[in-house]
Design a protein around this ligand. Sequence first.
Ligand SMILES: [Zn+2]
Length: 444
Amino acid sequence: MSDKALFHRLKTEIDTLPTVDIHEHLCYPEEDYLNMDVDFGRFLSGYTLDDLLSAGLEIPDILEYKNTQGAVLRINGKPLSHDEKWNYIKPYWKHIRFTGYSRAMLYSLNKLLGFDDLNDSNYREVTEKLKSLMKPGLYTSILKDTCGFTHILNDIDTMAEPGAYERMDRNLFKFVSRFRNFVYAYLPGGIRSLETTFNRPIRNIDHILDAMDEQFDRWKKDKRVALKIADAYLRDIHYEDSTRDEAEQVFNRLFTLRRLPHLEETLSFTEARPFENYITHRMLDRAEEHGFPVIVHTGIQTHMANELANSRAVHLTNLFMKYPGIHFHILHCGYPWVKEAICFAKQFSNVSLDLTWLHIIVPEGAREGLSHMLDLVPVNKIHCFGGDMLIPESVWGALEVARENIAHVLAEKVGIGHMTETQAVETAQKLLHKNAVEIFSLDD
Ligand SMILES: [Zn+2]
């Protein structure tokens, strides 16, 4: 039997496996999503937008384009027509046609709308077909029926409208919790926002710690499944063990600055760092006490320019050592420092690896990483799928790339005699479902 035939047999098996989607940002309840404007630009938003911008595309009002999921592109204050938008983006689309992000996008386009490409001859039809897809049941159709997800861990604390959680399918969606409102409470409006959320005055560190306790009670009541740290977008993820005294000095200085309320002055990131560190450690104390796994963004950041080195998993070493009772989940495997992340999962029993998003950032790198992981790391600590998407249409393409990658790597292991075909399928079941059910205590 040729390797190709083995790959196809494994891929066919993998296609049928129930899957836990470990990471999405699906922040719109379906009824809100169906009401949004939609055209072919939806396929040229999200991660493909990062590649378009990297290729040189300029979008003056980038936030509007992002918030409308590619529906509104405004130049000199005027929204471009459908045809104008295509002609504006087209030269850059040609440059990014073969990246990992584009491959995932084209898989979605093919599966959901039946097109192999996005080009001059079909962009109008793509819009029409996409519009016709926007019917009640869209989320179930894509996420459950097409993708086969049993659970989706949704990370939407910083982007969802109030009340969104209650309007989502709580059997399918499980939610992870951010705590930026505590760590960055020194930013303008931060203390007031905590006071409103917890309906109490916040005047000292003890008040913050009490609010944290209440926050954990709320999360437990809401059946949250993990905490998420995405600080690598804002600072390096090394959290020194700053003392209470240092944190208090920052907090007191904040109130000195705020004595002139019309100034709304705040502290710099450097000045406030001991406070951020102290609050993060107190959050982790509580995560350990309550048994919450902690998912940490590591590696390359989206949204273009950023300090890449801030995101290295190596910064987290002191946390892995200090909190043996916390299960740390290294999201994206710290790309480009994947081998470094793999070593942490080998060296620490409380660290696992997550190939979320990595599959489409660099499909070949994900395959190499997964192959190394299977050689180096106990298989119960490897998690193979999360789309990391804002919209359901994009999730399918990411899943398809992940399934291809897993089938390639397992076919290679079978081909060289390291495992049998049956063992390869059992391994895939762990990578896509069983490991996540166990670590996040999901109902099977
Ligand atoms: Zn994410």
